[in-house]
Design a protein around this ligand. Structure first.
Ligand SMILES: Cc1cc2nc3c(=O)[nH]c(=O)nc-3n(C[C@H](O)[C@H](O)[C@H](O)COP(=O)(O)OP(=O)(O)OC[C@H]3O[C@@H](n4cnc5c(N)ncnc54)[C@H](O)[C@@H]3O)c2cc1C
Length: 416
């Protein structure tokens, strides 16, 4: 009998298991994948997620994998560059875009080192439910016999199509259909940093990663999936040509494509009630959203932290299940509500008139540019940034050529 069985060993599952094992609990992690294992995901990690890795003692280990730190971003809106650095989060100033085959294996190793038992290549087929309470799982290793495994709690960290959530009919709320479709691949031979190109209902992002390579992802509205279905390669390059032709030229002249294209149109947006009697959800299983703002990994890490603390309290008799799990859900929802709305808005790949005007100011005011970049890094309040007062101020300033001149003069003075 385990204290906790965790289904899924990636960004939500392994840290949940690691943190519980570090607190002395008997934890089993089951994943049908065998690590190192890649998964369909781009992998920009903002400062908020990295601060959690640091608190777990794993940030230095990530840096040691050879992934380049990202200290500056350039977002282009047409020919307006919004260049800067998001404010640091809890002292973490840099971002990273580590390949998932590296990151996920590192997380699995850390869970194992903490004392969690990890069974790779094990598929959970069903939950064991007694008197309405989840008490374990049934499943099998590749080619093995079916096994019954029991625990005091089962955590579904099993992704957005979660077997645990579907079996327990977890309530879904704030649901929105898929908004974008995105395809990506990796390139070498390019001299590029972290760049985002905001086009007209299309978007390109470049992320430097392991092996002197960069990932380039191209997104379209979900309704235009037919373009990708007809011709993935042609559509990918056409988006780059339309949105950032200079990048396209460099790719043609110097770039080597490293892998085939990967992509999906299955990017639904929803929350699930993340618990019931004997079971809880973490990561994408409980909260899934469009990847356009790159929040999934950091959200999974936060869930691991908060859920493992709640489970520890229940397992040690210092907390009561319903109360601890309600707090867990509340914490998650409060932490993510504004960014969820921003993500769903950003995923439309469209911009309001006032946002277009604001981009003008962001292109020359360093503090405002940094604040904008902090929206996705978790260091700028979405509510304050998009308040009528702040956005109204940016719009007014965008009409004032003198403001632009004064700001440029101040910048010139500051840089000597
Ligand atoms: C195209 C795309 C781009 C993205 N880009 C970013 C980005 O730039 N930055 C970012 O932060 N996030 C990004 N995300 C989101 C990110 O990938 C997810 O939020 C993150 O992977 C969630 O981790 P997880 O552990 O909750 O789930 P998952 O990564 O889905 O892991 C679930 C695990 O559960 C296992 N599993 C499932 N069912 C079973 C079963 N029955 N038995 C055994 N094992 C099972 C699976 O094998 C898998 O290993 C992107 C996602 C997509 C699709």
């Amino acid at each position: 009998m385990y204290d906790v069985i965790v289904v899924g060993a990636r960004c939500a599952g392994s840290p949940t298991a690691m943190l519980l094992a570090r607190k002395g609990h008997r934890v089993l992690v089951l994943d049908r994948a065998e690590f190192p294992s890649d998964t369909m995901s781009t992998h920009f990690m903002h400062q908020s997620g990295l601060a959690r890795l640091r608190s777990w003692g794993l940030l230095d280990r990530l840096a040691a994998t050879g992934c380049p730190p990202i200290t500056e971003a350039v977002w282009w809106y047409g020919d307006l560059p919004i260049r800067g650095s998001a404010p640091a989060y809890d002292g973490v100033a840099e971002a990273y875009a580590p390949r998932r085959i590296v990151l996920d294996a590192m997380l699995v190793d850390a869970a194992r080192e903490a004392g969690a038992e990890i069974r790779e290549g094990f598929t959970v087929r069903e939950l064991i439910i007694e008197d309405g309470t989840v008490v374990g799982v049934r499943g099998r290793s590749h080619g093995g016999q079916e096994e019954e495994l029991r625990a005091r709690a089962v955590v579904g960290a099993d992704g957005h199509r979660s077997l645990v959530a579907r079996t327990m009919n977890a309530e879904v709320y704030k649901e929105r259909p898929s908004i974008t479709v995105a395809y990506y691949t990796y390139w070498t031979g390019l001299k590029r940093g972290y760049e985002v190109y905001l086009g007209n209902e299309q978007q390109v992002a470049v992320m430097p990663t392991h092996g002197d390579a960069c990932l380039i992802v191209c997104a379209l509205p979900n309704a235009e999936f037919g373009r990708y279905r007809a011709d993935v390669e042609g559509t990918y390059h056409q988006i780059i040509e339309d949105t950032c032709p200079e990048l396209g030229k460099e790719m043609r002249e110097h770039g080597q494509q490293m892998e085939k294209f990967t992509g999906t149109k299955d990017l639904p947006n929803f929350y699930r009630r993340p618990y019931g009697t004997g079971w809880a959800l973490a990561g994408d299983a409980g909260f899934h959203k469009d990847p356009v703002t790159g929040q999934g990994i950091a959200d999974a890490f936060r869930d691991a932290d908060v859920l493992s603390t709640a489970l520890h309290r229940v397992l040690t008799g210092t907390g009561e299940w319903d109360q601890e799990m309600a707090n867990y859900e509340e914490t998650r929802n409060q932490a993510t509500a504004a960014l969820y709305e921003f993500t769903c808005l950003a995923a439309t790949l469209q911009f309001s008139d006032r946002m277009r005007q604001a981009f003008t100011v962001l292109s020359y005011d360093q503090a405002e540019a940094n604040a904008f970049l902090g929206l996705v890094a978790g260091t700028t309040s979405v509510i304050e940034f998009f308040s009528d007062e702040h956005m109204g101020g940016l719009v007014e300033r965008s009409k004032d050529v003198g403001d632009r001149e004064r700001t440029l003069t101040r910048q010139a003075a500051a840089t000597g």
